[in-house]
Write a protein of this length. Structure first.
Length: 304
């Protein structure tokens, strides 16, 4: 019960615009520096290069929430373009992850799509891939609709499916051939649209992983759960699914020993590396996911 209350507190805090604004002035405090790789592109590229040298590949995510004007969305688009250019010039092994609300989805759909096209054109120039992050349920269908529209022109774009949603299995079937990142889900959703029980979420997670792998489509399994990872390894071996068809993904700053171990075993291990000064919402959701993360953050805060 206490864990559930704690989770709700952090999830509500993640959506608080006043706290988010204040956090930009605080800087990377309260342990956030352990899970956010700096506040500039230069800081992020340096961290990606360090991870590459350890045998890990990456995806960069310029953090940003609560975009309410075209000017902010254009600025975010330009920043993502510069990030892709910096990655290409640095020669690092790294993709880009983007949130479409940061690019103006809640302002104007066609405006957001044009911003996405600009980002994808830049990625194509550098032979790179862009992942559209899935946000809350209210944005799910429009995200998938835009993805399908974009894939009529670009093959270097995919998205994320969240296993806690009832619709996840059907979405995965309909997205056969599209590179997907499969996750359990990190938002607070209604029981009318999402599983609330951990066992049911885990079961559905494995179901959609197996569905996508068996379809022959490239699959990113984003999980810190060693039980899930062991099951994926066993399933891939049993069904002769080559390691070139899937990768594991974990968040920067979490379970680093397991990340390095998977890379040494010969699996593609991609680290999701967030950066930027708009870190508060992301950090609160990480604290909400597991009670252990709170202790982890406090340890980082008091060790400064």
């Amino acid at each position: 019960m206490l864990a559930e209350v704690s989770k709700n507190v952090f999830l509500h805090a993640s959506q608080n615009k006043a706290l988010n604004k204040a956090a930009k002035k605080w800087g990377l405090r309260f342990g956030a520096a352990q899970v956010v790789a700096g506040d500039t592109i230069e800081h992020a590229i340096k961290k990606v290069r360090e991870l590459n040298e350890k045998g890990l590949v990456c995806t960069l995510d310029h953090l940003g929430e609560f975009v309410s004007s075209r000017e902010e969305a254009i600025e975010a688009t330009q920043y993502n373009v510069r990030t892709l250019e910096a990655m290409g010039q640095a020669g690092v092994t790294c993709n880009l992850s983007v949130k479409m609300t940061q690019l103006g989805l809640d302002i104007d759909r066609s405006f957001c799509v044009e911003n996405m096209r600009r980002i994808l054109e830049t990625a194509k120039k550098y032979d790179n891939f862009v992942r559209i992050d899935m946000e809350d349920y209210a944005h799910c269908q429009m995200t998938l609709d835009i993805l399908r529209e974009l894939r009529e022109t670009f093959d270097n774009v995919g998205t994320v499916i969240q296993a806690y949603l009832f619709r996840a299995e059907q979405d995965v079937k309909e997205l056969k051939g599209v590179p997907l990142r499969l996750v359990k889900g990190a938002y607070q959703e209604s029981p009318t649209v999402a599983f609330q029980d951990k066992a049911q979420i885990d079961e559905n997670y494995m179901r959609i992983i197996e569905e996508h792998l068996l379809s022959g489509t490239y699959t990113a399994i984003a999980s810190h759960d060693h039980h899930i990872i062991a099951k994926v390894k066993e399933f891939a071996h049993k069904n002769n699914i080559p390691r070139t068809q899937f990768e594991f993904q974990m968040l920067y700053g979490f379970r680093t020993d397991m990340q390095l171990s998977l890379a040494k075993e010969g699996y593609t291990m991609r680290v999701y590396v967030p950066f930027g000064n708009d870190w508060f919402g992301y950090f609160m959701r990480r604290l909400a996911e597991r009670p252990q993360n709170v202790a982890f953050a406090l340890k980082g805060f008091f060790s400064k």
